[in-house]
Write a new protein. Structure first.
Length: 158
């Protein structure tokens, strides 16, 4: 399985702080996924056009089965991950974002500000995860069964 993890953060991409969210995605997904995973690791700034171009390339040219993004899903002007994601999707799967908000809300009432979404482009599933490593640890395990089922369908196994 080929998986890209994208950390979308102006500050992490500029080296102002260390990316902890990307490694957390790998840790959590790796613990739940039994098969071999080839990881593509990318940290980039919150630039919508660049994010869109990268998502297209990862799906259309690089043949990623799964793209997991972290960061850029809040309400600030620089948070453009959901817009970039929706611009490249063929089919949106809003249930991913909905379950993450439901899971996080009892612990962090501001979780309702998250605009995370997910969807498919060709045979690639793209999922926007929170930018906080703790939230990734709480949300990603809930998504893995649906991620794996979706990938089976995208690859003609479902």
């Amino acid at each position: 399985m080929k998986v890209a993890r994208l950390t979308l953060s102006d500050r992490a991409s500029a080296g102002i702080y260390e990316d902890r969210s990307g490694p957390e995605i790998e840790r959590v997904f790796g613990e739940a996924q039994a098969g071999a995973v080839e990881w593509l690791r990318i940290v980039m700034p919150d630039e919508r056009a660049e994010i869109e171009a990268l998502l297209k390339r990862l799906a259309d040219e690089d043949g990623c089965d799964l793209v997991l993004t972290t960061g850029g899903t809040g309400p600030s002007a620089r948070d453009v991950t959901p817009e970039a994601t929706r611009a490249v999707l063929e089919r949106e799967l809003p249930g991913f974002g909905e379950i993450m908000r439901v899971q996080s809300f009892p612990k962090v009432p501001t979780a309702i500000l998250s605009r995370s979404t997910a969807g498919t482009r060709g045979r690639t599933l793209i999922v926007n995860l929170p930018g906080n490593p703790k939230a990734i640890g709480e949300c990603l395990p809930l998504l893995i069964p649906a991620i794996m089922e979706c990938l089976r369908h995208l690859h003609g196994e479902g």
